[in-house]
Design a protein around this ligand. Sequence first.
Ligand SMILES: [Zn+2]
Ligand SMILES: [Zn+2]
Length: 413
Amino acid sequence: MRHYRWLRPDRRPVPASRCPFCGAIQGTKKPALHLYLSNLFLRAQKWVHRSVFECVGQQRSRTDLTVTAGGRLTRLARTRSHYSGEPVQYASEALRNHRHLPLLPDTQGAQAVLESAVMEKLGRGGEWWAHPVGIAGVHLAPHRSVVVLDSHSGSRPGKKFPTSDYALAHLLPSAEPGVQVDGVMRLRVVGVRNLDLHLKLVNTGSSLVLRGTPGTRWLHLLAERRRDLEEGGFVPLWDEPGPSSYELEDEREFASLVQRGRDLAWLGSGLLRRIAIFQHASTAYSTRSWITGDEWIFELDTHRDVPLAHDEFLKSLVDDVWGLPLKVKRRFCDCSSQSTARRGYQCTYYLEHRDPEVPGIMQIRFRWGDAVYGDDVRERLEELKADQEWLDRVLPRRSSQRGGSVVRKGGPR
Ligand SMILES: [Zn+2]
Ligand SMILES: [Zn+2]
């Protein structure tokens, strides 16, 4: 809006989640007060425009404003989809229907603990999926999330298993009497609706849906999992109405582990809600993670045929509006050796919350070099139906003399 520009010397449009009055991001302070002040500010601008400058031209009609708002909405929806992996249409509707929320809503409490546990268990790796961590995207609401799973995971060429199976094996809690509880403590199955498996943490209002690909038979898989465990002498816990004695005992015995889970929940949940940047903003073809102490370690492998570009990923990760409130605490960047490194190199970044009171460290190992976990990564990922455009970016086909991941079209070998 041209005649407002004198009030905004930087001439940049205000992102919807920023208060135009003070620049603070909505949701970080008192949203109601911010909305009120923003409104007041816009009214004041209009008043100045009409009364002080007596300007009558350039006043946009309502339709123009709507069109402008619509264009901006689409842009915002695309960015949100870039982070969450939501379909743009879904992101657009979510933005339109929840104007009072931050552009990418985060969560806390039990909901964050639940989402973080899912991120930890599925991110552990050891397998290949079409998308990093086996998650095609996440549909976000403040107190609920839908995690859309890839169809299959594969550890070896020619061997693939439904990701739904993998998820159940890693997430659902079971006890071996006298030994530690496996899976996510207090996780419970609420029910199954078509492709959706509804989960929660017992005695909380948390809610997470695992959405399987068409053909997923959750009830069948649950029954199978139960039978396997019971035959092996384990006790399935996901249908227990309250916290089981096994879980309570473990929580007492491993209190520090439970605390660690809570401490890192903001990070795990925040990353799950931004899962798509591991695909869209990263040059890595392999993303693996695990937790050691209070550090959540990520190993992102970039193939030597592709220049490692970790700054783009870090920029998305810490973005003021869309990213997590992280800051780089320490860095060891070896990118200057990219041209001379024979086998490869690693850059290591340590990030922590901008508020020093918040515990938890994210360690990212950006590795560059020869293919890890085997030479045939591209074939495996193609077999798992990974996106071709993404594959061409992170694992480009090589010219035939170099072998490796070449797909030969006939001719002599
Ligand atoms: Zn403000
Ligand atoms: Zn570097």
